[in-house]
Design a protein around this ligand. Sequence first.
Ligand code: C5P
Length: 403
Amino acid sequence: MQTLTRKRILVGITGGIAAYKSAELVRELVRAGADVRVVMTPAAKEFITPLTLQALSGNPVHHTLLDEAAEMGMGHIELARWADLLLVAPASADFIARLAAGMGNDLLTTLFLATQAKLALAPAMNEKMWLNASTQANVQQLQQRFPDLAWFGPDAGQQACGDVGPGRMLEPVGLAQLAASCFEQNVLTGRKVVITAGPTREAIDPVRYLSNHSSGKMGFALAAAAAEAGAAVTLIAGPVNLPTPDRVDRLDVVSAREMHEAAMAQLGAVDLFIGTAAVADFRPDTLADQKLKKQDGQSGMTLTLVQNPDIIASVAKAEQRPTSVVAFAAETQNLLEYARRKLDRKAVDWVVANDVSRQDIGFGQDHNEVVLVGKDSERPFGPASKHQVARWLIEQLSASFHA
Ligand code: C5P
């Protein structure tokens, strides 16, 4: 089973004899489906060559902070952003001390400070060094400062130097399993997720259209969170000004009818369909071939509108219905009551309700506050950034698959 499919793991290697086991660790992680990059401290290179790790990871090995070539391509900030997990194995006494002191004096410590990825350390050192009061004080300080930092080991037993006691690095297979456990149970590995996002534009003539202020931010954040959780994600986007999240397939559309067609074409083996798009409910009944000109003396104009298809309702009622269908409800009053009505009317499994009468959240903003309404549950979350809301929603929705 590929427990780490699509996960991006940055393996940090510091100077210690256990570094020879890091080669096997990289192999195990790659075998579990992870995309692995390796960062070495100068001392690590005394124990194992970058070439070995490059061959095993399939990626160039990073070792200097101030490398012009690297900074042009994948520099330290890009590496920090790239990772889902930074696992330092082995983590030497010196490295732990430098982290505890908050230093950023080489590439690996800098990454530790800069990344928002999950963090894990696999200590490895002589047992007396591990038990030394300085090392133990450093470990305690790090535990207090980074409560989410995972400690993989150390193990106790026979050491390379002949001593017996705590300080051995855990075996590579065990470390790879612990790395997988960092991504928890509620993952979307192997699931197909389709998300609609942004506004639609309904053409009046070749230069004019009807649209709305949707920015697409919530849908794009959900696509990124679902990809992070291991899903294969298709994002059907109306006209928005946002970069495509990594690992996401994007289909650009303009009108509601195009979005409807693109959504229906995806159905088949979809596990989760989320409609965040602000689809125009109506479109002009005719599209003028030429730009409409105002006539002398014309005081007004009447546009006749016809209804667009309701995409999420069509998806929810389709023969090849996704396992779970989620609609968004932007309301200015009676939030929960309207959300419940939408749940029934559109035959969806969940409605994410948010109050758009507030200036600080919702349309175009970076923050949101939502209530996830299910058949017999109401779960509030926020206010929080749209990225945090997206991660929370993906966690909640994937938990419902595992329930
Ligand atoms: O009916 P209302 O527009 O309030 O419902 C919002 C939800 O329905 C959103 O999930 C939106 O993406 C979806 N929707 C749709 N097609 C429409 C109108 C709304 O998929 N034509």
